[in-house]
Design a protein around this ligand. Structure first.
Ligand code: MOS
Length: 777
C-alpha cells in the first residue's frame, strides 16, 4: 500500500470511529432524535399506488431528449480511435489522411491535447466519479488495449467515423500483465471495498469443515461482463464564457460535474451537467474518458461537440464486471445446521481503479454459522478499469453461495428451502448487529406456494416432456440498504398551492420522478398534479447518486428533511389568528393542502391561507437529512426468494427458462408498477448472467474480442419467460417511508436459481457461468 492509500485508510478509520461514537448516542430510529417515518404506515394515499410513469407519454412520443439528442448551433461530431496494444508507447501516429478527410475540423492526439489533471477516482473522495484515474492523451503511454489515441471532430458523424478509420499508429510494446494465471503466480493482494478489507473471520472454519459430517467444497467461476445499456454513453457539450455545459447520460450529475472541474482545473460551479433522461445505467453511467476528451476537444475547436460512443466504444472505454473464481465450502450437521461457512477466492482489478468484484458481500449476512471465513483477493491486470455493475458482489457472489447451498441440501437429502430456513440467523452473523427487518421466511413460504414448489421432484433428471428435461430450482436474493451522506432537497410552496421539488437525482428509467412526486404529494397533503419535480441537474441541491439501490431512500430522506423545515417556516408564518397558533412544528402534519394538529385534525389551516395572511407569494426551504446512522445501528438488507423452472433439450443441450418467480421482502413498496419493473428487469439481467453474458478477453493481447451485441449475448424477448413478482410489503421501521432498495436485488440469486433448476432437470451441476449448451451436452 502506498502512502496516499495509507492516509486515506487512516481518514476512513477516523470517520468510522466518530460515527461509532455518534451511534451510541442515537436513539432507536432512522432519524436520530426522531420517530419512524409516519409515511411508512399511510394506507389510503398515493404511497403504494400503481401510478404510471409521468415521463411515459414523453418517451413513447419521442419527446424525451437523451444526451445525444440536443442539436446545438455550429455543433461538430466526434469519433475516437483506440489503441490495439495493452501496454507500451506510441511510436508513431499518422494523422495526415484523417486531417485531409472530408469535413474534418480537428484531430486531437497526445501531441496537441490541452494539459489536463487526472480525474479523481470514484470513492476516493466525496464527490469523485471517475471510472479510472488516468490522465488521457497527455503523453505517449498506453495503459490498456482500447485506450483512446485520437479524437476526430467533423461536420457529420459519418465523416468523423471515416476519418477515425484513417488513423495509423505504431507502438513500442511492453510486457503487459494480462493473463490471470501469470499474474497469480506472482502473488495476489487482499482486496478492499469502500475502504474496508474484504475479509471476515470468526471461529475456525477450516477445522470445522474438516470435522463436519456433511460437506460441500467446490469452485465456482464467473466470466468478465460488459455493460450494455440500450442508450449508448454520450455527451453533447459546449463551453460558454468559461463554463462547461454538458448534456449527459448520468447516474451522478453532481459528482461528475465536480470531477470534470478537477480535470480542467476550474471552479466546481463552472461545470454544469444536466441529464433529464437516461436509457439505462446499471453502474456504468459515471465519468469516463469520453467526457474528458469531448470537453477538451470542444475547447480546442471552440464549438459544441457531440460524442456518442459506438457500441464497440462502450466496450473499449467503459468498464464492466471483473471475473471471479470463488470457493464455497460448507460443513453441516445431519439436521442441516451449518457449522462451517467458507467463501473465498480471486478476482481482478487494474492499477488505475478500485473495483475488485466484492463477491463475499452477500455471504456476510446470509446464514448462521459458528465458523465463518470470507475473503477476496485479486491480481492486477493491464486492462480497462472495471466498475460497478448491477449488484456488484451480490450478483455473482450469490451464484456461488446459493449453488453450494443447493449441493449441500442434496447431500443432506433435505429440501433446499428447508435448509435455508434452518440457518436463518437471529442477528447479523458477521457484524453482530440486529436486522432492521428481515421477513425472508415469509418470502420463501409465499413464493413456494405460488410457484408450486411442492411439485418439484427431488431426484434430478426425472421429469421429461417430449425432448425436454424439466426442473425447478431456488435461491436466496439479497442486496444491502444504503443511504449515502450528502442528501439535500429544496421545496418551494407557492400561494397557488403548487410545490416544486429541486433535487439533483436521476431518472434512468426506474420512475424516480414519479415515485418522489408521490412521496412529496402524500407528505404535503397535495394531489400529485400539484407537484413539480426537478432533477437531473448538477446545480440543484443534493449529492445523491443513482447507485447502490439507494436513490429512493436518499431522496425521500432529503424531502422529509425539507418538509420539516417547511413546517417550521409555515407554523411561524401562520400567526396568532391561525387555528395552529401556539403549536410546535412537530405537533402538526399535513392534509388537504394545509397543516393540521396531528391529534386534532380539525385544527387546520390551508397553505393558501397561511401564505395569504403573511402576504407571501412563496415559501422556499432547503435542508439535509441526518447522516446515515441507521446503517450502523442495524444490519439492513433487501431480501428475496427466487424460483426458476428450466428446460434442457436432450438432443441439443439448449437450456430454456420456462417460468420464474421472485418473492421479495424489500420493506414498503412505494409504487407496485415501477417496483415490479425493477424486479423483473433485474431478473432478466440475471437470466443473461446465468445463460449468456460473457466478455471474450484475449489473454495474449488484452483485447475484448466480442465488443458488439452480435457476439456478446443478452436476453431478448424470446429468451424471457413469464416472470412473476410478489412482495411482503412489510415496512422497515428504520428507513425513510419504510422502503428499502429494489433496483439491484432482482439480478441476485437468479444465476443460482437457474443453475439449480438446470441441475434438477438434468443432474448436471454447472459451476461455470454462463451455462451454455456445450456444457450441458
Ligand atoms: Mo449500481 S451497480 O449501484 O448502478
Amino acid at each position: 500500500m502506498n502512502l496516499l492509500d495509507q492516509a486515506k485508510q487512516a481518514v476512513q478509520g477516523m470517520a468510522q470511529a466518530v460515527m461509532t461514537k455518534a451511534v451510541a448516542l442515537a436513539p432507536d430510529s432512522w432519524v436520530p432524535g426522531g420517530q419512524p417515518d409516519p409515511l411508512m404506515h399511510s394506507k389510503h394515499g398515493l404511497i403504494g399506488a400503481p401510478v404510471s410513469r409521468l415521463d411515459g407519454p414523453l418517451k413513447v412520443t419521442g419527446k424525451a431528449a437523451f444526451a445525444a439528442e440536443f442539436p446545438l448551433p455550429d455543433m461538430v461530431y466526434a469519433a475516437l480511435a483506440y489503441s490495439t496494444i495493452a501496454k507500451g508507447r506510441i511510436r508513431s501516429l499518422d494523422i495526415a489522411r484523417a486531417e485531409k478527410a472530408p469535413g474534418v475540423v480537428l484531430v486531437m492526439t497526445h501531441h496537441n491535447a490541452p494539459r489536463l489533471q487526472p480525474p479523481p477516482l470514484f470513492l476516493s473522495e466525496e464527490k469523485a466519479a471517475a471510472g479510472d484515474n488516468l490522465p488521457v492523451m497527455q503523453d505517449d503511454r498506453i495503459h490498456w488495449n482500447g485506450q483512446p489515441i485520437a479524437l476526430i471532430l467533423a461536420g457529420t458523424q459519418e465523416q468523423a467515423d471515416h476519418a477515425a478509420s484513417l488513423i495509423r499508429a505504431t507502438y513500442i510494446e511492453e510486457d503487459a500483465q494480462i493473463s490471470i494465471a501469470a499474474a497469480r503466480a506472482e502473488g495476489t493482494t487482499q482486496s478492499q471495498f469502500m475502504g474496508q478489507p474484504l475479509h471476515n473471520e470468526s471461529g475456525d472454519a477450516e477445522a470445522a469443515l474438516a470435522e463436519a459430517p456433511f460437506k460441500v467444497d467446490a469452485t465456482y467461476t464467473t466470466p468478465r461482463h460488459n455493460h450494455n445499456p440500450i442508450e449508448l454513453h454520450a455527451v453533447t457539450l459546449f463551453w460558454q464564457g468559461g463554463v462547461l455545459r454538458v448534456h449527459d447520460a448520468q447516474q451522478l450529475v453532481t459528482h461528475s460535474a465536480f470531477t470534470l472541474s478537477r480535470v480542467f482545473d476550474i471552479p466546481e460551479e463552472k461545470v454544469i451537467i444536466t441529464s433529464p433522461y437516461v436509457g439505462g445505467g446499471f453502474g456504468s453511467k459515471s465519468l469516463w474518458q469520453h467526457h474528458i476528451l469531448a470537453a477538451a476537444a470542444a475547447r480546442m475547436a471552440g464549438r459544441p461537440v457531440r460524442l456518442m460512443l459506438s457500441r464497440e466504444g462502450v466496450y473499449r472505454i467503459v468498464g464492466g464486471r471483473s471475473p471471479t473464481e470463488q470457493r464455497v465450502a460448507l460443513g453441516a450437521t445431519a439436521d442441516g445446521k451449518l457449522t462451517a461457512l467458507i467463501h473465498s477466492g480471486l478476482t481482478v482489478k487494474t492499477p488505475h481503479n478500485a473495483m475488485p468484484e466484492p463477491f463475499i458481500l452477500p455471504t456476510r449476512s446470509a446464514y448462521a454459522a459458528d465458523n465463518i471465513l470470507l475473503d477476496v483477493r485479486h491480481v492486477e491486470l493491464d486492462m480497462l478499469g472495471n466498475t460497478f455493475m448491477r449488484a456488484p458482489g451480490e450478483a455473482v457472489g450469490t451464484f456461488a453461495l446459493e449453488s453450494a447451498m443447493d449441493e449441500l441440501a442434496e447431500k443432506l437429502g433435505m429440501d433446499p428451502i428447508e435448509l435455508r430456513l434452518r440457518n436463518e440467523p437471529e442477528k447479523d452473523p458477521t457484524s453482530g448487529l440486529p436486522f432492521s427487518a428481515r421477513h425472508i421466511a415469509q418470502a420463501w413460504r409465499t413464493g413456494a406456494e405460488r410457484f408450486g414448489w411442492h411439485r418439484r421432484k427431488p431426484v434430478p433428471g426425472t421429469v421429461r416432456e417430449g425432448e425436454w428435461l424439466v426442473g425447478m430450482g431456488c435461491a436466496t436474493a439479497t442486496y444491502p440498504y444504503y443511504r449515502m451522506p450528502g442528501g439535500a432537497a429544496r421545496l418551494t410552496l407557492t400561494s397557488d398551492g403548487h410545490v416544486t421539488v429541486d433535487v439533483a437525482v436521476h431518472e434512468m428509467g426506474m420512475g424516480t420522478a414519479t415515485v418522489q412526486s408521490q412521496v412529496t404529494a402524500e407528505r404535503l397533503g397535495l394531489s400529485i398534479d400539484m407537484i413539480r419535480f426537478n432533477y437531473g441537474d448538477s446545480t440543484l441541491p443534493g449529492l445523491i447518486m443513482a447507485g447502490g439501490s439507494q436513490q429512493t431512500a436518499a431522496t425521500g430522506a432529503s424531502i422529509l428533511a425539507a418538509y420539516d423545515a417547511l413546517k417550521k417556516e409555515l407554523v411561524a408564518l401562520a400567526g396568532n389568528s391561525s387555528p395552529l397558533a401556539g403549536l410546535k412544528p412537530d405537533e402538526v402534519g399535513s392534509r388537504d393542502a394545509g397543516l393540521c394538529k396531528l391529534d386534532e385534525p380539525d385544527r387546520y389551516d390551508s397553505y393558501a391561507a397561511i401564505l395569504g395572511r403573511a402576504r407571501r407569494e412563496e415559501v422556499r426551504v432547503e435542508a439535509s437529512p441526518p447522516p446515515p446512522l441507521e446503517t450502523m445501528h442495524w444490519s439492513m438488507h433487501s431480501h428475496g426468494a427466487m424460483f426458476c423452472e428450466a428446460r434442457v433439450n436432450i438432443v441439443t443441450g439448449e437450456p430454456r427458462i420456462s417460468r420464474f418467480l421472485g418473492s421479495f421482502d424489500c420493506g414498503r413498496i412505494l409504487n407496485p408498477k415501477t417496483a415490479a419493473s425493477q424486479f423483473r428487469g433485474g431478473i432478466i439481467m440475471g437470466l443473461g448472467l446465468a445463460l449468456m453474458e460473457e466478455t471474450q478477453f484475449d489473454e495474449r493481447k488484452g483485447r475484448i474480442m466480442n465488443a458488439n451485441l452480435a457476439d456478446y449475448h443478452v436476453p431478448v424477448h424470446l429468451d424471457v419467460p413469464e416472470i412473476d413478482v410478489i412482495w411482503t410489503d412489510i415496512p422497515d421501521p428504520h428507513t425513510p417511508m419504510g422502503a428499502r432498495g429494489v433496483g439491484e436485488i432482482g439480478i441476485t440469486g437468479t444465476g443460482a436459481a437457474v443453475a439449480n433448476a438446470i441441475y434438477n432437470a438434468t443432474g448436471k451441476r454447472i459451476r461455470d457461468l454462463p451455462i451454455t449448451l456445450d456444457k450441458l451436452l
